[in-house]
Design a protein around this ligand. Structure first.
Ligand SMILES: CC(C)(COP(=O)(O)OP(=O)(O)OC[C@H]1O[C@@H](n2cnc3c(N)ncnc32)[C@H](O)[C@@H]1OP(=O)(O)O)[C@@H](O)C(=O)NCCC(=O)NCCS
Length: 152
């Protein structure tokens, strides 16, 4: 196992979808295959993965929106948890943004996933004191979200 995070490759895509499913990070209104394609096509975003024997065991999606840096899809395969991969994923995302001159990294945690707050707290992340508002621009995604359980 390596804690070295590298950009996702074509052959990794199916494994990363599986990884995100296994980490309960997918939702019907966030099709992982489409999210991966969008992130990979975006000039200021990247999906970084760590591998074990050519299998992707951890990921982080990182991007810069022109004002702040963001991390999404922070995931460690359940069989590889508590070995430092999550910490290394965030370090990799922070490094990716820092070399691009980005001053701040932010991330969103679903209210249903409060258990993970301690993980981020241990890495120096604090509550931003900002409420995130949202509005769907895709009626189809809005419908899928409305049918879901937690709405975000
Ligand atoms: C959160 C997650 C990425 C952590 O991955 P991991 O590889 O097990 O994390 P690490 O081994 O690097 O842990 C780093 C530190 O955080 C601690 N930690 C890990 N998970 C924690 C949790 N849920 N609560 C509090 N602390 C936690 C570890 O004990 C470790 O502490 P230490 O350095 O003092 O020993 C993993 O649990 C995961 O994939 N969860 C499901 C997906 C998810 O919720 N992602 C976040 C979406 S916002």
């Amino acid at each position: 196992m390596t804690t070295d995070f590298q950009p996702i490759q074509d052959d990794d895509v199916a494994q990363v979808v599986k990884l995100w499913h296994s980490c309960d990070l997918t939702r019907p209104w966030n099709p992982p295959g489409e999210d991966i394609a969008q992130l990979r096509a975006h000039p200021t975003a990247e999906i970084l993965v760590a591998r074990n024997a050519n299998a992707c065991v951890a990921s982080v999606a990182v991007g810069y929106d022109g004002h702040r840096g963001w991390a999404y899809y922070v995931a460690t395969d359940p069989a590889f948890r508590n070995r430092g991969l999550g910490r290394a994923a965030m370090r990799a995302a922070e490094g990716w943004l820092t070399v691009r001159g980005v001053a701040k990294i932010q991330l969103m945690v679903r209210e249903s996933n409060a258990a993970v707050i301690g993980f981020y707290g241990g890495l120096g992340y604090k509550d931003s004191g900002v409420r995130v508002l949202q509005k769907w621009l895709s009626p189809e995604r809005a419908r899928l979200c409305a049918e879901g359980t937690n709405g975000h």
